[in-house]
Design a protein around this ligand. Structure first.
Ligand SMILES: [Zn+2]
Length: 127
């Protein structure tokens, strides 16, 4: 309701969000593949267990790093889905907290932003 975006601008953001979604999905697929590919299988087949302990440490570190990336990207992906849902609902561009308009430059920087800058800062301050 409080959205000040013109329909054409909403279209632009929809396009932007869809592109982001496609890119993140591609990234996630690739990272998930890579994270899972080198795992020893859980069937108890010892031939798949890595022999060099030094390598195991590095691989675990990489895996953890990849998994945290996946988690981050999954979170962003969720927010992109939410933003696309808000576009369909006609509430895109309105702050979820105060219902005020989210500034356009902020949306251009973070098209899936759910909060206006004031509410985002408030949230950061209070955790
Ligand atoms: Zn707000």
């Amino acid at each position: 309701m409080a959205s000040t975006l013109k329909p054409a601008e909403v279209d632009t953001f929809r396009e932007l969000l869809r592109n982001l979604r496609a890119r993140l999905r591609g990234d996630l697929d690739q990272m998930t593949d890579e994270a899972l590919r080198d795992q020893p299988d859980s069937s108890g087949n010892l031939s798949n267990v890595p022999l060099h302990m030094a390598d195991v440490g590095t691989e675990n570190y990489d895996l953890e790093f990849t998994l945290s990336l996946i988690e981050n990207e999954q979170g962003v992906l969720d927010q992109i889905y939410n933003a696309l849902a808000r576009i369909e609902a006609g509430t895109f561009g309105a702050c979820e907290e105060c219902s005020g308009p989210i500034a356009k430059p902020r949306l251009q920087a973070i098209p899936y932003a759910r909060l206006c800058i004031e509410c985002a800062r408030e949230l950061e301050k209070h955790g």
